[in-house]
Ligand binder design. Structure first.
Ligand SMILES: NC(=O)c1ccc[n+]([C@@H]2O[C@H](COP(=O)([O-])OP(=O)(O)OC[C@H]3O[C@@H](n4cnc5c(N)ncnc54)[C@H](OP(=O)(O)O)[C@@H]3O)[C@@H](O)[C@H]2O)c1
Length: 301
C-alpha cells in the first residue's frame, strides 16, 4: 500500500493504541506513515454506532485492531461482554474496512486452540477453544472473515513489550524482591516481542497483492513459562541488573488454583505460512527477550 507517486503518506489507524501491542505499533509506524491511534477513551469497542460514525468519517488505508478484552479470567465470567468486544466489534470493523476499501488486520490469539496438539499449530488446524476468551476470539475470527474476505487475521502468542507489563515483567519484579520465584513448567508456547510483531506485520500491508485469511505470527522456538522466566533472569544477571533470585523453580498449571479460566497446555504457532508469503523469518524468542532486557532493564542500572 506504500504510496509511491504522491507525497502523501499512507494512513494507518490503530485500535488499542493504549495497550501493549497497539502502543508499540503506533510508535513503530509513525515515522513512515500517518498514524492515528485510538485508545479505549477515544473509541470504545462497545459502542458500535460510534465505531461506524467515527471510522466512516476518516480516511485510512489500513486499520489494525489490537484492541480486545484480553483478561482471560474476567472473560470467563463475562461471556456476553467478551463476545461483544472480541467478536461483534471486530465484525463491524471488518465491514467498515470493506466499505472503505481499506486493509483490515485483526489480531487474534493462540488461545483459540485447545492445546492438545504436541507440534506447532498450523492455520488449518481446528480451533477449539477451552475458555470464553478463546471462544470469543475465535468467534471474532469467524465473523471478520465472513464480513471481509480481504481481512487478515493474525494470531500471536505470549506477547511482551515495553508498553504494558506482562508475565515476564511480573516475574522479574518478583525476582528483584525475593530469592525464590517459581513459574509453570508444563505449559508451552512462544514469547513474542511487540517490536518484532510491528516489523513482521509491515510486509503484510505494504504489499498491494496480499490476500486475506488466517496467519500465525510469533517469534521462533518454544518454551515453558519457567524456561521463559529463567532466560529473562539470566539476561538480567548478564546485563548487571540487580536481582535477588538466580533460578526459577518449577510449578504446574494444575497448581495455579487462582486461575478461573482453563488455559491450553501447548499453543506453539507454526510460522511457515508467514515465512512463505513474506520471505522473512521471525527471530528466535531468546534473542527477542535478550534485546528487551538490554533495552528496557539494562538502562535502569
Ligand atoms: N498479551 C498476550 O499475551 C496476547 C497473546 C495472544 C494474543 N494477544 C492478542 O493481541 C492483541 C493485543 O493484546 P495486548 O497484549 O496488547 O493486550 P492489552 O495490553 O490488554 O491491549 C488491549 C487494548 O484493548 C483495549 N480495550 C479493551 N476494551 C476495549 C474497549 N471496550 N474499547 C476499546 N478498547 C478496548 C485496552 O484498553 P485499556 O488500555 O483501557 O485497557 C487495551 O489498550 C489482542 O487482540 C489480544 O487478544 C495477546
Amino acid at each position: 500500500m506504500a504510496k509511491t507517486r504522491s507525497n502523501a503518506k499512507s494512513k494507518i489507524a490503530v485500535l488499542g493504541a493504549g495497550g501493549r501491542l497497539g502502543a508499540t505499533l503506533v510508535r513503530a509506524y509513525s515515522p513512515g506513515y500517518e498514524v492515528a491511534g485510538f485508545t479505549r477513551g477515544d473509541l470504545d469497542l462497545a459502542d458500535l454506532d460510534k465505531l461506524r460514525s467515527t471510522l466512516s468519517a476518516r480516511k485510512f488505508d489500513v486499520l489494525i485492531n489490537a484492541a480486545a478484552l484480553t483478561n482471560v479470567d474476567y472473560c470467563e465470567n463475562h461471556r456476553d461482554e467478551a463476545l461483544h468486544l472480541n467478536a461483534e466489534a471486530p465484525r463491524v470493523l471488518a465491514e467498515i474496512c470493506r466499505k472503505q476499501n481499506a486493509r483490515f488486520i485483526h489480531i487474534s490469539t493462540d488461545y483459540v486452540f485447545d492445546g492438545e496438539k504436541r507440534a506447532p499449530y498450523l492455520e488449518e488446524d481446528p480451533a477449539e477453544p477451552i475458555s470464553v476468551y478463546g471462544e470469543s476470539k475465535r468467534e471474532g475470527e469467524r465473523r471478520v472473515a465472513e464480513a471481509n474476505e480481504r481481512a487478515l487475521i493474525v494470531r500471536v502468542s505470549w506477547v511482551f513489550g515495553p508498553d504494558r507489563p506482562s508475565f515476564i515483567d511480573a516475574i522479574l519484579k518478583k525476582a528483584r524482591q525475593e530469592e525464590t520465584v517459581v513459574a509453570v513448567a508444563d505449559k508451552l508456547s512462544t514469547p513474542t516481542y511487540t517490536h518484532d510483531i510491528a516489523s513482521l506485520l509491515r510486509p503484510l500491508f505494504e504489499k498491494e497483492s496480499q490476500g486475506g485469511g488466517l496467519l500465525h505470527l510469533a517469534n521462533r522456538g518454544e518454551c515453558s513459562w519457567q524456561e521463559y522466566a529463567q532466560w529473562a533472569l539470566d539476561c538480567c544477571h548478564r546485563e548487571g541488573v540487580k536481582m535477588k533470585a538466580r533460578t526459577v523453580g518449577a510449578t504446574s498449571l494444575a497448581a495455579m488454583t487462582h486461575f478461573i479460566a482453563r488455559r491450553p497446555i501447548y499453543t506453539v504457532l507454526a510460522t511457515e505460512k508467514y515465512e512463505r508469503i513474506t520471505n522473512q523469518a521471525p527471530r528466535d524468542w531468546h534473542d527477542a527477550v535478550a534485546e528487551y532486557i538490554r533495552e528496557y532493564y539494562g538502562r535502569q542500572l
